[in-house]
Design a binder for this molecule. Sequence first.
Ligand code: FCB
Length: 451
Amino acid sequence: MTVPQFPRDFLFGTATSAYQIEGGWNVDGRRPSIWDTYTHASPRRDTGDMACNTYHDFQTDINLMSVLGLNSYRFSVAWPRVLPEGRGQVNAKGLDYYDRLVDALLVKNIRPFVTLFHWDMPQALQDAFGGFAGRETASYFADYAEVVVRRLGDRVKDWITLNEPWEHAALGHLLGEHAPAHHNPWTYLKVAHHQLLGHGLAVERIRAACPDARVGITLSLTPILPKTDSPQDVAAAKVADQFFNTFYLDGIYKGQYPDPFWSQVRWLHPHIGADDMQVISRPLDFLGVNFYSREYARAVWWMPFLRFWVDGDLSASGEKVVNGMPFTASGREVYPQGLYDLLMYLKREYNNPFLYLTENGAAFTDHLDGERVHDEKRVAYLQGYMDAAAHAVRDGANLHGYFIWSLTDNFEWSLGYGTRFGIVYVDYVTQRRYVKDSGLWVKEMICGQTG
Ligand code: FCB
C-alpha cells in the first residue's frame, strides 16, 4: 500500500455530532431539541435516544482514537444540554459533561475541535421564534457560544460556530427532510441569513472570551455541474452553485450575497440589518470544508424562484454503479477528483484560506464477520479522497487537517441507523465496537507518514 503523505504537523481526526452519538436525551437536565421532537413524532423513525451512548461512556471511543493514532477529534456540543431552554438558565451538569470529555481527550493528546451548532436547535427556541427563522435566535446563539467558551476555552482553542448551515436551512425548513420538517421558502432564507448572523455575532464573543481561540465555520461545499451543455442548464448550474455554495462563501468572505441568485429570490428576502453583512464577514482563522460529492443541475420551469433542479444525489438509492462511477449506500457518487478541484478552487477564488477538511467519508453496507468488518469499498474511498487531498496540498492548497466522518457508525439523521459511516462498527444491541478494516487502514496510513 502506498499511503498518501501529508506535511509533518497535519491533523488526522474523525468527526461526530452530539445528537448522532450521545444518547442520554432526557437525563441530567437536558431538554428536547427539534430532533427529539421530530424523531418521536413517528414510531417508524429511529431516534437518538440511545444512539452510541457516549453520554454515558465516551472513554471507550477515546481509547479507540488513541489506538488508531488519531491526533484530533471534532465533536459538537448539544445546545439543549447546556441551555435547556436555549437561553437563560445554564445547566451545570450539561457543561460538566463536555468538561470531562475535553479533559479525557487531552490526556490522550487528542486536540479537540468543538462545533457549537450541529442542527440540534433547542425545541424551546423553535417554539418561541421558529429557531433561526427568528432574528432573536442569532443573539441567543452568540450568548450560548460565550457560555461554552468561558467554560472550555482554557483548554479548547479550535472553535467551529456552525455545521453546514445550508443543510439545516434547506433540509429542515425548505425540503422538509430534516427537523423541523418545514416547507417554506421564506423561512429558508431567514434561517440561512440568521444562522450566518449568529455565526458572526458568536465569532466576536468567542474571541472576547478566549483571546487565543481559533475560530471558523464548517460549510458543505458541493461542486455543481450543468447536466448538459445547453445555455439553459449552464445558467441553471450557476444559480444552483450560488444557492448551495457561494451564498455562504461570499456572505462570509465578501460580505455580500451573490447574483443572480440573490435578485432572483428578492421577493423572499429577510430583513438585512445595516451592519449584518459586516458582522457576517468578520475575518476567520479557518474554513471547515465538508466534502462528499458533486451534483448536476438542469433548468426546470416548475421550480419557483430558483428554476433549477439537481440530480446528482440519488438520495438513499443505495450502492450502484452509474456511468462507471460507484455510488455509496447513501446515494452519493464516489468522486475524489472533486476534492482536489474544490481545494484548488478555494485557493484561486477565495485567497487560499486556511482549511480543514472537517468531514469526508462514506456509508457502505457493512457486515460483521466474527470480530471483523471487511469494508474494502470504504478503504478504497478513503485512499482515493486522501490521495486527492495530498495532491492538492502539494499543489499549494492551504489544507491542514482531515477529519473522517465518522469515528463510529451513528444516527444518520433521516436515514437512521441502517446507514453506517464509521471506521468503527457499532453493534447497537450491545454497544460493542469493532474496528473495521478501514479503521486499520487509517492507522497504517498515519503510522506510514514519513514527513
Ligand atoms: C453531513 C453532516 C453529518 C453527517 C454526514 C454524513 O452532512 O454534517 O452530520 O450526517 O453528512
